[in-house]
Ligand binder design. Structure first.
Ligand code: AHG
Ligand code: MN
Ligand code: MN
Length: 322
């Protein structure tokens, strides 16, 4: 099996970007270890703090964020970082060529039940003429990502990553400590009979999503003339990993629970990196209004509607909004 660096060189990834990716992966190996030891190391449960998103932080959210941030900032490769768990961006080296956005632990509600969690990251080039402390550097569309990926801390610790030449799967080999390529050019099947949505919010959705899901639930005697299965892991990393492996549609639609905040998922830390991975695997990653990666961000903690996965199913869903 091929090691990570030769696999990246085969895709003509620049050496300085490979060095940054290796730095990110060093952080994920440490997080993977801490996750596996969380019970023994007193890292279960919540802190008393809220993050900028208004969510109570788990102890592991904080530990993973500090680890990721410190390793990146010490590396000298990054001009700034931006994290779901930080109030604003954090400056690195003024001469750093890249900026990194990350969700240090995705699926935090799964920590205490020993279920799927992961780390999501997204890399852009740093604009040369901006100060490292300027958060506006991060206001770049998903189209301009040079790399995106996630590490899933599951039964195997798996890296799923793209640098724009397809989406590839790697597994952490603990015997030599590196990630090994296990599958090149993953393809999301165009059709599916599986959907992922938090059904408990159904009464808050807009009418097009209500109608679409109702038609899926109607099964082979309804308008879609086939039966659908449902899965919800409550960690986007887990749900998107399943979609990449065997197809499906994943959506977190607009809802009316909080009039000021109709969306849940974050553009920089969740939606954009996952969109890059899904599109590079032949899937679609949309809002009801257009491509997620075309969105020009207005703030670093912006949230967005997400409808992604198998091409034909995403198109079927979007048809209800027309
Ligand atoms: P995070 O743990 O980083 O806050 O993200 C959780 C996100 C996403 O991963 C998942 O799909 C969704 O929130 C789960 O939402 P529900 O709580 O509605 O299930
Ligand atoms: Mn998340
Ligand atoms: Mn998180």
């Amino acid at each position: 099996m091929q090691r990570l660096a030769p696999a990246l060189r085969q895709d003509n990834v620049p050496l300085d970007l490979i060095a940054l990716i290796k730095t990110i992966l060093a952080a994920t190996k440490e997080i993977s270890f801490r996750v596996s030891q969380a019970h023994l190391g007193g890292l279960m449960g919540s802190t008393l703090d809220e993050n900028i998103q208004g969510e109570i932080q788990k102890k592991l959210d904080v530990v993973a964020n500090e680890l990721f941030k410190d390793i990146l900032l010490e590396s000298g490769f990054v001009k700034a970082i931006s994290s779901e768990e930080e109030d604003s961006s954090v400056a690195g080296e003024q001469t750093g060529k890249y900026i990194v956005s990350f969700d240090p632990l995705d699926g935090s509600s799964n920590i205490d039940i020993n279920s799927l969690i992961g780390t999501i990251f997204s890399i852009h080039e740093a604009p040369e003429h901006m100060e490292a402390s300027n958060p506006d550097m991060f206001k770049q569309s998903g189209n301009r990502q040079v790399c995106a990926g996630y590490v899933l801390y599951g039964p195997s610790t798996m890296l799923v990553m793209t640098t724009g030449s397809g989406t590839h799967f790697y597994v952490l080999d603990r015997t030599h400590g590196g990630y090994l390529l296990v599958k090149r050019n993953v393809q999301v099947p165009e059709d599916t009979q599986e959907f992922a949505i938090n059904m408990s919010n159904q009464r808050f959705w807009q009418e097009p999503m209500q109608n679409y899901i109702n038609d899926l639930l109607a099964g082979d005697t309804g308008p879609r003339a086939k039966n659908f299965n449902m899965r919800w892991i409550a960690a986007m990393v887990g749900d998107i990993h399943r979609v990449l492996c065997r197809g499906g549609i994943f959506t977190y639609p607009a809802d009316s629970r909080n009039a000021e905040q109709p969306y849940k998922l974050r553009l920089m830390y969740e939606a954009n990196p996952m969109s890059f991975l899904i599109e590079q695997a032949g899937g679609l990653a949309m809002t009801s209004q257009g491509r997620i990666m075309d969105i020009e961000p207005s703030s670093i903690h912006q949230r967005v509607e997400v409808i992604m996965g198998s091409k034909n199913e995403v198109e079927a869903c979007l048809g209800y909004y027309k």
